[in-house]
Design a protein around this ligand. Structure first.
Ligand SMILES: [Zn+2]
Length: 404
């Protein structure tokens, strides 16, 4: 390779084996995490070859090597799970799905996009977001006596480690950095910025990490608060609106893939039987929420894999004895075709968190836990996609609250 070669270059490589289309889609999506010198990997329609879009030709050898290892791991993903549908709602609105919803939000001034996966919103977008949160919160309170709470947006790395997060999603973690407690480093940082046009960040050796992260899954902060406790009766439920952060790199876009978003969460803690029973009772409530907003929705077995390294994800699955169901609401992809969007999940963790955090159920065994998270902004996007911007197409139950 000519060391002086610069600029972008495309390299076609053979896939280690022919993969299923859903695996190919994952390969494309996660490829932003392969190398800083790789723009993206695209997979050919026949799923037999892939093209590496390399940003900097100088690093071609390095990127080709890394991509080969990435593809080898990704191609091993198991597919063909038996997909079971647990519940379904079919909308009454027979109008077409609305295309370009994210763009229309911005045009109407209802959403401001900061450009890195963070948004500000107001008007009907805010009203739908609040309604989804409010209705779900009320259902949880009425049906499960869920105790309302609030948790911080920061979380200690030790808690994330205990929750198995670094094993399953190392690419999505965010670490909080502070300027070193050092007079010279602080002064250097102050002076550099006092006369600068744009922000000048401290050099990396002047930033230290004391182990704080931004919380990447709504329910994690709940478990340490229960540490060492014995749960009375059969169990109980906790519910809250959580702020969640998942680093998406260049995949961040619109309300469907935010770095920072809101989740209405409910966590069940108690005996195995209690948690299993609550999950059964919760599924029709989520379906009822879709009915209130008149949305096509299905709750199905989830098949989405964790990041790249399959062994780690398997380990996590086994440890957590996980059963994950996804709440899928169809929206439109960029080409205008309907595609299911995961607007939340119903998760059974078994005794994973009970054991990790020493939480005991009423029967003396480690407590079981389960949770349901609803991605608020995705519900908003789904509702506007399925009903558009004409209030008359929205269900009467929510119309005035959204457009009034
Ligand atoms: Zn959860």
């Amino acid at each position: 390779m000519n060391k002086m070669m610069t600029g972008t270059v495309d390299v076609t490589v053979d896939m280690p084996k022919k993969v299923a289309p859903e695996v190919a889609a994952d390969i494309v999506k996660e490829s932003v995490f392969v190398s800083p010198h790789l723009e993206r990997i695209s997979v050919a329609d026949d799923c037999a070859t892939a093209v590496l879009h390399i940003r900097d030709a100088e690093f071609t050898d390095e990127v080709v090597d890394k991509a080969a290892r990435y593809l080898a791991v990704m191609a091993k993903q198991r597919t063909g799970f038996d997909i079971k549908c647990y519940s379904e709602n079919i909308r009454r609105d027979d109008g077409p799905f609305q295309a370009g919803v994210n763009e229309e939000f911005i045009k109407r001034g209802w959403v401001y996009d900061y450009g890195k996966g963070q948004i500000a919103y107001n008007g009907p977008v805010l009203k739908v977001a609040r309604l989804v949160n409010e209705i779900a919160g009320k259902l949880y309170e009425e049906n499960f006596d869920a105790v309302d709470g609030q948790f911080p947006g920061f979380i200690d790395a030790d808690i994330l480690h205990k929750c198995g997060y670094f094993d399953s999603h190392p690419n999505q973690a965010t670490f909080v950095g502070n300027v070193l407690e050092d007079f010279d480093a602080l002064e250097e940082f102050r002076v550099a910025n006092s006369c600068a046009e744009g922000a000048i960040l401290p050099p990396s050796e002047h930033i230290h990490h004391d182990g704080m992260c931004l919380n990447p899954a709504a329910c994690f902060p709940a478990y340490p608060t229960l540490e060492g406790k014995t749960i009375g009766q059969d169990g109980f439920a906790l519910s809250w609106l959580g702020r969640v952060f998942r680093y998406e790199s260049r995949n961040a876009s619109g309300l469907d893939r935010l770095y920072e978003f809101n989740v209405r969460e409910i966590v069940f803690v108690g005996t195995d039987a209690f948690v299993a029973r609550k999950r059964q009772q919760a599924i029709p409530l989520v379906t009822g929420l879709a009915e209130t907003f008149d949305l096509d929705m299905k709750i199905e077995t989830a098949t989405d894999p964790f990041f790249a390294t399959v062994s780690a994800s398997k380990k996590f699955f086994q440890a957590a004895q996980e059963v994950k169901n996804e709440i899928l609401i169809p929206v439109l992809d960029k080409a205008g075709n309907k595609k299911p969007m995961a607007c939340g999940s119903v998760n059974m963790h078994g005794r994973f968190f009970g054991e990790k955090f020493n939480i005991t159920a009423a029967d003396g065994e480690p407590a079981s836990t389960g949770c349901i998270g609803l991605g608020i902004e995705r519900w908003v996007l789904a509702a506007f996609t399925q009903h558009g911007f004409d209030p008359m197409r929205w269900p009467e139950a929510v119309r005035d609250r959204v457009f009034g």
